[in-house]
Design a protein around this ligand. Structure first.
Ligand code: ACO
Length: 428
């Protein structure tokens, strides 16, 4: 196999090195393309064929349905690890031993307060505000209360900013939900596990003792693990590109939250549930909505189906589907929405339109059903995704900064007007 690729244009040949990843992925390294050819660039809207970086964090093979964090399969991590261990693994590259994990958790606990002044910022939002907007704004506001830039040559500064955001972000998540529900803005309980504490912060009622439900905590833990990283997706690329300008970690993450919000990305889990509810309200006729999804004159898409990378199945969807069945069974919930979801899935898997285009249920198809069973309001679904994705964003930001990657700045092919003289307003 050649380690060079040749490009021929206008009778001239140019050679570029071919680089190979540890999982045998090949990439033509075109770093010198523009200078060698006198200005030619590549054009790849949506970056479907463009690698933006070399990364050692997450491997996924969309054809084979493989997802691994730092070499460990998502199936094994979801079954055997907890979310904090996975966060450590993603960020620092290895699973922590007992002492490392305990120190990590204690350091997070030390930082788990959020400045009281932040409550005034939250106060300024209407109750109707979408919690993703609130979360993005509050995360950005954290910058004002904490140093905005991190000296990446200082291991301790890097570590501090990591534990700080892991500590404070869940408080903001809980506040975003509690504000919506009209509940007092509480802090966590340092005696609890990381995820248990998040659950308590979200659900503790002012006049009631908090009681732990293991099924709920385990399901939440698993969901967070499944969302923890997914290599160079839209929000992660956003975090890396914002961070590449040396914007601080919190500012970069705030931008990632905005990118995640859209219905084609993290917002899909909310869109899935709204779609399932609409189908139920419309009499539960899944065939009608299948036909709409296939009709090119109809903008309706089957939310929760299809993926830019997974073209066989989404391994996270398999785990989550099983988990949805277990959680609903254990909690004794019979949800007509789940039946509609199962019906849609069955029909889509047998329908040539979906089969030919390799459109399979993605992680969001089932996550919303579990969130709903756990009592999490629909508008909070994407916030829960952000909470899970936080370690991935941190890991990717850290990797990018430690490698000293250049500022992200794509080029374009200009297709607008050529130079023309200015025309005064009264002559137009
Ligand atoms: N319903 C109906 N048709 C679809 C769907 C869908 N959900 N998804 C893709 N298609 C069709 C397209 O219309 C297109 O058809 P055509 O070839 O006849 O024109 C073909 O499948 C390819 O679709 P693209 O949009 O080109 O695929 P792409 O890889 O760019 O998009 C995406 C992937 C955005 C996820 C898309 O499948 C989609 O919109 N799905 C619904 C939203 C969703 O669930 N998003 C969550 C993604 S997972 C995540 O972010 C965690």
């Amino acid at each position: 196999m050649s380690d060079k690729a040749t490009l021929e244009y206008n009778g001239k040949k140019y050679e570029f090195p071919v680089t190979e990843g540890t999982e045998n992925e090949l990439a033509i390294d075109i770093k010198t393309l523009r200078s060698a050819t006198g200005g030619i660039i590549t054009l790849d809207p949506g970056y479907k064929n463009t690698g933006s970086c070399e990364s050692a964090i997450t491997f996924l093979d969309g054809e084979k349905g493989i997802l691994r964090y730092r070499g460990y399969s998502i199936e094994e991590l979801a079954e055997k690890a907890d979310f904090l261990e996975v966060a450590y693994l993603l960020i620092f590259g290895e699973l922590p031993n007992k002492e490392q994990l305990s120190k990590f958790h204690n350091d997070i606990r030390e930082e788990s307060h959020v400045d009281e002044e932040m409550k005034k910022i939250l106060d300024g939002f209407p109750k109707s505000a979408h919690p993703m907007g609130v979360l993005s704004s509050l995360t950005s506001a954290l910058v004002a209360f904490n140093p905005s830039s991190v000296d990446v040559s200082s291991e301790s500064e890097m570590y501090k900013s990591t534990v700080r955001i892991l500590a404070k972000f869940p408080v903001l998540v809980a506040w975003a939900m509690r504000k919506k529900k009209g509940l007092p803005l509480d802090y966590g309980d340092d005696t609890l596990g990381y995820v248990e504490n998040i659950h308590k912060m979200m659900f503790k009622r002012p006049n009631k003792e908090y009681s732990k439900n293991k099924i709920v905590i385990d399901a939440l833990d698993k969901l967070l693990i499944l969302h923890a990283d997914h290599e160079q997706n839209c929000s992660t690329s956003t975090v890396r590109i914002v961070g590449s300008s040396f914007a601080g970690l919190f500012a970069s993450i705030s931008a990632g939250i905005s990118a995640l919000w859209g219905p084609l990305h993290g917002g899909a889990n909310q869109a899935v549930l709204e779609m399932l509810e609409a189908i139920e309200a419309d009499g539960g006729d899944t065939k009608k909505y299948m036909a709409k999804a296939k009709d090119k004159s109809d903008p309706f898409r089957l939310m929760g189906f299809g993926h830019r990378v997974y073209k066989n199945f989404d391994p996270r969807a398999r785990i989550i589907k099983k988990s949805a069945d277990e959680v609903l069974g254990d909690l004794g919930i019979e949800d007509p929405i789940l039946e509609i979801a199962k019906g849609l899935e069955k029909e889509a898997l047998e329908d040539p339109y979906f089969v030919d285009r390799k459109l399979y249920p993605n992680v969001d198809f089932y996550s919303g059903i579990i969130y709903r069973a756990l009592g999490i309001p629909t508008e909070m679904f994407t916030v829960m995704f952000a909470l899970g994705r936080l370690p991935g964003w941190i890991a990717q930001w850290r990797e990018m900064r430690l490698k000293g990657e250049p500022i992200g700045r794509p080029r374009q092919v200009y297709i607008g007007e050529n130079h023309r003289p200015f025309v005064a307003v009264d002559l137009r």
